[in-house]
Design a protein around this ligand. Structure first.
Ligand code: AKG
Ligand code: FE2
Length: 401
């Protein structure tokens, strides 16, 4: 495997404590040539601040999905040649709402391409049936097709490192959206980070820093579905709500921090690559989100608390509502810990997304795991997991404390 790059930070000592996230005044744009990994880590990832980065995708194979020259049209013939057209793909119908989400269905990739080409050929696009191919596991489905490389900034990815080891479904997606398709207002799964690189087309994003979205809630505590609705436009003015607008063009990458609510529109026919992920910089956000979901489950079934197996039942509900429970959360940390200990104790080399994990970074990771386990071990009601978390902290103490 080729491995020229290292992901390393200057000094782990600087990040011993979690500091509160700073207030953001504007969203910066940077070029990949003048933004090192350490800069991205220090200025954006640890501080949980969005950033727009250009120049990441210049040499990706998937740039062949676009005809260069006039209007940068999508090369449908190339797509059909390189991607299995018979595979089932997930579709959201942006013209239909179903339980606070767009109506979901499946079709074959080839059918979707036919639909898209027909839409483009029509003068007036049909807006009553706007289909968006999203959350498509193309990389997982066609592992031999190396159509992009995870950018170095996002290479420290505990979620997909864990999924790969457990051979579980990953969180690496392709989005193909005809002009007019959109994604409703949301924060990402598990309160994770996401990144999105446009291969072709333009997206408009609006971003709200964590908790700013609370000012948008209605009397029942519900959040908006579509920020284009006039009610919310008024609310933004009345309640003096701050938000940021970002236009993301072809070749540009957006870093979406943890807990930032956002809504996204495809202003043109757009293809993007998106990952969800977390690491030592936001693992405390994932834990906070998991704990708050757990407390919501406890409140919901409070009247059953004397029932046999109550605690396990809560975990089942957590897993089905949130996609993660305490056991899986600890298992992720255990996997990440073992891989870092192997570097620090055995001088092993760990390559993540074609980049070698540096020693300072590995120590940073251990400290982040320790911080979150300190809280986990006091709040987890399952004794077996409590013990396991305490043992993990002892292991970390031996190496870095
Ligand atoms: O591009 C989209 O439609 C949605 C992307 C998104 O929500 C994300 O990357 O977090
Ligand atoms: Fe998102």
């Amino acid at each position: 495997m080729m491995c020229d790059d290292e992901i390393e930070i200057e000094n782990h000592e600087k990040y011993k404590e979690i500091n509160s996230f700073p207030v953001v005044l504007e969203i910066e744009a940077h070029h990949v040539d003048s933004l090192t990994y350490n800069d991205f880590f220090d200025k954006f990832m640890v501080k949980n601040i969005p950033v727009l980065i250009t120049g990441i995708a210049d040499r990706w194979e998937c740039m062949n999905w676009v005809n260069t020259g006039e209007n940068c049209r999508i090369n449908f013939e190339y797509l059909k040649k390189t991607i299995n057209v018979n595979q089932d793909i997930p579709i959201a119908n942006c013209s239909k709402v179903y339980f606070n989400s767009h109506e979901k269905s499946e079709m074959q990739f080839g059918q979707f391409i036919d639909y898209w080409q027909t839409q483009i050929q029509q003068n007036e696009r049909e807006s009553s049936n706007l289909l968006y191919l999203k959350d498509w596991h193309l990389r997982h489905n066609q592992p031999d097709y190396g159509f992009y490389r995870t950018p170095i900034y996002f290479a420290s990815d505990w979620l997909n490192e864990y999924c790969a080891e457990k051979k579980a479904d990953d969180y690496r997606f392709v989005y193909m959206g005809p002009k007019g398709t959109w994604t409703p207002f949301h924060a990402d799964v598990f309160s994770s980070f996401s990144w999105s690189t446009n291969i072709v087309g333009t997206k408009k994003w609006i971003f709200f820093s964590p908790h700013e979205e609370d000012k948008l809630r209605d009397g029942l505590g519900n959040l908006p579905f579509d920020m284009n609705n006039e009610i919310y436009q008024c609310r933004i003015h009345e309640r003096d709500i701050r938000f940021f607008e970002v236009i993301q063009r072809a070749g540009q990458t957006v870093f979406v921090p943890s807990g930032w609510h956002h809504q996204v529109w495809n202003l043109e026919d757009t293809i993007s690559i998106n990952h969800n992920w977390f690491n030592g910089c936001n693992i405390h956000c994932i834990w906070d989100a998991l704990l708050s979901k757990f407390n919501a489950v406890l409140r919901e079934i409070d009247d059953c608390k004397d029932m046999d197996g109550f605690e396990e039942h809560c975990q089942l509900m957590l897993k089905s509502d949130f996609g993660l429970d305490f056991r899986m959360f600890l298992d992720i940390l255990k996997t990440i810990l073992a891989n870092r200990l192997n570097i620090l104790q055995n001088n092993a080399k760990l390559v993540l997304n074609e980049a070698k994990l540096g020693r300072e970074h590995a120590i940073y990771d251990l400290n982040a795991i320790h911080r979150v386990l300190t809280d986990f071990s006091t709040k987890c009601p399952l004794e077996e997991l409590q013990k396991s978390s305490q043992n993990m902290m002892i292991q970390i103490d031996k190496i870095v404390r």
